[in-house]
Design a binder for this molecule. Structure first.
Ligand SMILES: [Zn+2]
Length: 480
């Protein structure tokens, strides 16, 4: 039987406020255990929480950026459960009147098509602490609790089960992260836990409108891990269904090393948490005035930027989507364009060479030794025909390793392109004399032979001959 994959995602992102969501403790990462706690986040009796206005505004910004409906009155609720990392035995979250509902996210897929993924809700909650299982022999078998993270503001973004392929899921994660970074509400560092993805995945007979047994996958340390885990789970569920079995609704943990998912717990429902309105916090009234102030603070977002790049710079849809997908990369591109008017060249260099380097060295574009000024300097030399595109590649890697400017590298290494017609004519004649066969073929009208002749010429000139002039001289000598 043919099956269709149905994927939804739950995303938790730590908001980059300086203090926690219901107390004044610092949220800084990496402090000694339990050094950033107070009676409120330790859940001591008699304390009262106070909502962090900035954290709430960050939530509103996310809701605006994801086109959500924002209720006039928003409230907080208690989610009750017991776990050693949760000192109050309940988590303050939102169940009945969340910050945002019924939004959507547009995905620009690699093949140039777009998809819409619904956002069910966006809600604010507090993070729990961390359990540590020490390896030291004298502590073996004990568990330590670090409550520095307890009370750090989290935003949970729940998508509709609208994704059908792993590519869509991958694109969803990247797009969502990009938006959260654009609006600057989280640093989105997955390795520090400030961005966490959970995948809900099920299979159903193709064409069916009912949902199959849904598996939630946790413990995904990176976006790559999320895709791998979903691919594993897709296969595992298909096997179960092919044998005529049914997939149990359960939560599974991804084991990165073994490359498998394992059962963590079976089905749980909302009623297990006995949600009820938080009696210690008042309702928040979200006025239209407040929203319009926040709306004005939002930067131009990915989608709008992509369309503007197409119109303003004449970029193809695909290029515009890639450049706009990251705010820093988009800014880098526009800095180049402000200095020199060749947007397509900058877009090509960024998409081919710079993104490869960023990926290989695992750095961001602000850490790249090649600044917009560097890139512009090199593209100018290319546009003025002072260097060939082959030389440009050499100069680019030189700029990358030394941080020097293109002009300096060209002068130091004598890399200037030969555009002297006498000198090129001389080189062309040498190539013709040494390769009479291909020269005759070209003379007789075989256009392909020019590639070989030019190859020889570039070898002879060490890549410095102006290719446009050389091609013309070959034609003049052999075809006229
Ligand atoms: Zn505190």
């Amino acid at each position: 039987m043919d099956f269709e994959t149905v994927i939804g995602m739950e995303v938790h992102t730590e908001l980059s406020t300086r203090s926690k969501v219901f107390c004044g403790c610092s949220t800084a990462f990496g402090a000694p255990p339990n050094s950033q706690t107070c009676p409120v986040c330790l859940g001591l009796p008699g304390v009262l929480p106070v909502l962090n206005r900035r954290a709430f505004e960050f939530g509103l910004k996310a809701a605006l950026a994801l086109d959500c409906t924002i209720a006039e009155r928003v409230s907080l609720d208690r989610k009750n459960y017991y776990y050693p990392d949760l000192p109050k035995n309940y988590q303050i979250s939102q169940k009945y009147a969340q910050i945002g509902r019924e939004g959507h996210l547009t995905l620009s897929m690699k093949d140039g098509t777009t998809r819409h993924v619904g956002i069910w809700d966006i809600h604010l909650e507090e993070d729990a602490g961390k359990l540590i299982h020490p390896e030291e022999p004298q502590l073996k078998g004990t568990t330590l609790v670090d409550l520095n993270r307890a009370g750090v503001p989290l935003l949970e973004i729940v998508s509709a089960p609208d994704m059908r392929t792993l590519d869509e899921m991958d694109c969803y994660m990247h797009t969502l992260r990009s938006i959260l970074r654009y609006i600057d509400i989280s640093d989105c560092k997955m390795q520090e836990g400030s961005l966490r993805f959970e995948v809900n995945i099920s299979l159903r007979p193709a064409g069916s409108s009912e949902f199959g047994g849904r598996v939630e996958i946790k413990n995904l340390g990176s976006m790559k891990a999320a895709v791998k885990a979903a691919a594993y789970e897709e296969k595992r569920q298909r096997k179960v269904l092919d044998k005529g079995g049914t997939v149990d609704q359960e939560t599974r943990l991804w084991d990165e090393e073994a490359g498998v998912t394992r059962v963590m717990r079976t089905k749980e429902d909302a009623e297990d948490y006995r949600y009820f309105p938080e009696p210690d916090l008042v309702e928040i009234h979200v006025s239209e005035d407040w929203l319009s102030v926040l709306r004005e603070q939002l930067p131009e977002l990915q989608d709008a930027k992509r369309m503007r790049f197409i119109q303003q710079y004449g970029l193809p849809e695909y290029d515009a989507a890639i450049l706009a997908s990251d705010r820093e990369i988009a800014d880098y591109f526009e800095s180049c364009c402000r200095l020199h008017g060749n947007p397509k060249a900058f877009s090509n260099w960024i998409m081919v060479d710079i993104l490869r380097v960023l990926d290989e060295q695992d750095i961001t574009i602000s850490e790249l030794p090649v600044s917009p000024e560097h890139l512009v300097g090199m593209v100018r030399l290319l546009d003025e025909d002072k260097i060939s595109s082959k030389l440009a590649k050499v100069i680019f890697s030189e700029m990358l390793s030394t941080g020097k400017h293109a002009e300096a590298i060209v002068q130091e290494q004598g890399l200037v392109q030969v555009s002297d017609s006498g000198e090129i004519e001389n080189l062309v004649q040498q190539v013709i004399d040494a390769n009479p066969g291909p020269a005759r073929e070209f003379a007789e009208g075989k256009d392909k032979a020019i590639a070989f002749l030019m190859g020889q010429l570039m070898k002879l000139s060490k890549g410095k001959a102006n290719p446009k002039m050389a091609t013309e001289i070959f034609a003049k000598k052999l075809r006229s």
